[in-house]
Design a protein around this ligand. Structure first.
Ligand SMILES: Nc1ncnc2c1ncn2[C@@H]1O[C@H](COP(=O)(O)OP(=O)(O)OP(=O)(O)O)[C@@H](O)[C@H]1O
Length: 224
């Protein structure tokens, strides 16, 4: 489903990462500074690797040897960051529509209804992000990513900015999203509990390298 083999020098930090993800949730797990966000940025198309290859759903989106670097908005990858990154001056409805519009897709009313119901965000559509709780903002960010009909979801610590109560409020939505959409996902976290709940595969990163990969049982011996 996704295959990553990339090298990138970021200042003094050398990143060299190879892994494959299946159709389920693949967690990128590792301590702060291990390179998780940089890997996400390269899969999303926001950072260009120095060398390597990234294949998503059978399409090569980056290949240094063949000079392929598909721009981020053409990768059909839904990305959700820790802080949601909603546009503060746009209503929730317009935020939701943004990803779809950017990718040039026609509006799909049935999908819009389904996604807003799945995430319980229909009652929020007239508000601006400033009038939402942190958890509501993340649900809108998830909805915006889903509405661009991605073939892969990249979730970069989507719960990290939330307190424990809000985390527990959002986790069931992530489980629902995983089970309902069946979209492959890359889930970045340094919270072993979240990863055990959501992921089917774990890729352990440390110092810009993959130090192990396999099932969630790997987390028994890993520190968070
Ligand atoms: N543009 C850059 N220039 C120089 N160094 C960078 C750059 N981007 C990232 N780095 C360094 O690369 C390393 C990995 O950073 P990255 O944000 O990918 O780690 P992370 O595992 O996501 O960390 P965290 O869990 O704290 O978000 C860090 O040492 C960081 O300082």
């Amino acid at each position: 489903m996704i295959s990553v083999d990339i090298d990138k020098q970021l200042g003094d930090f050398a990143l060299s990462v190879t892994f494959q993800g299946d159709g389920g949730v693949t967690a990128l797990f590792g301590p702060s500074g291990s390179g998780k966000t940089s890997v996400v940025g390269m899969i999303a198309g926001l950072i260009k690797p120095d060398r390597g290859r990234i294949v998503v759903d059978g399409e090569t989106v980056f290949d240094s040897a063949r000079g392929i670097h598909v721009p981020a908005h053409r990768r059909r990858i839904g990305t959700v960051f820790q802080d949601g990154r909603l546009f503060p001056h746009l209503s929730v409805a317009r935020n939701l529509d943004y990803g779809r519009w950017m990718t040039g897709l026609p509006r799909d009313e049935a999908q819009y209804r389904h996604v807003t119901e799945l995430l319980d965000i229909a009652p929020l559509v007239d508000r601006r992000p400033g009038a939402l709780s942190g958890g509501e903002r993340q649900r809108v960010a998830l909805g915006r990513a889903l509405l661009m009909k991605p073939r892969l979801m990249l979730l970069d610590e989507p719960l990290a900015s939330l307190d424990a109560g809000r985390k527990n409020e959002i986790l069931p939505y992530l489980v629902r999203l995983r089970d309902d959409t069946k979209l492959p996902m890359i889930y970045v976290s340094h919270d072993a509990g979240e990863v055990k709940l959501l992921a089917s595969r774990v890729v352990l990163l440390d110092g810009g390298r993959v130090v192990n990969s396999g099932g969630v049982e790997l987390l028994r011996s890993a520190s968070s």
